[in-house]
Design a protein around this ligand. Sequence first.
Ligand code: G3P
Length: 218
Amino acid sequence: MKFFIDTANLAQIREANEMGVLDGVTTNPSLMARENIRGEEACRRHYVEICNIVDGDVSAEVISTDFEGMVREGEELAALHPNIVVKLPCTADGIRAVKYFSQKGIRTNCTLVFSAGQALLAAKAGATYVSPFVGRLDDIGEDGVELVAHIVQMYRYYGFETQVLAASIRHTQHIIRCVDAGADVATCPLAAIKGLLKHPLTDSGLAQFLADHAKVNG
Ligand code: G3P
């Protein structure tokens, strides 16, 4: 399973990258706004900075909602760096743009996916990644991980190559459940990734090892 970090924060991206387990980055307009990045030019510079930190796929999302705008923006984003993946919303125009880019050999991430039907259309259009939003489904009383499992099963059955990228991951248990569901990728906040490390027996075991060592070595 690949780990992406779901942030536009450069310090967090560096920290996750230094752990040595990072395979890529996903961003969205809200995450870019959270870093106070204003204007097209600043956004582009920021994407390039991210690409220079991480050797892996970096999803950059279009703002346009019409096909022509998505194509224009997506082509500009893809030209920034070979690792850029054009992120497109799962709308009719978005699916059309996924198809357009897939025919041109430009990789895409079809985002804001909340149903198996949407994931089916994204795969048929040739998306590289499909992003079901786990946490946001949980927020409204549905089971986000169940959707991930459903999409994984559907893609395996039909032999689709689109990778299932579990998004809107909120905590460590989401990651573990997505592993069980067979997700290809989980894009996570840094805290959720670091949460995988936490175990009280690791902490107490290490303290004991160091105490025993100190007893003999002073
Ligand atoms: O990858 C999509 C993600 O950023 C959305 O997460 O927590 O805003 O639902 P969240």
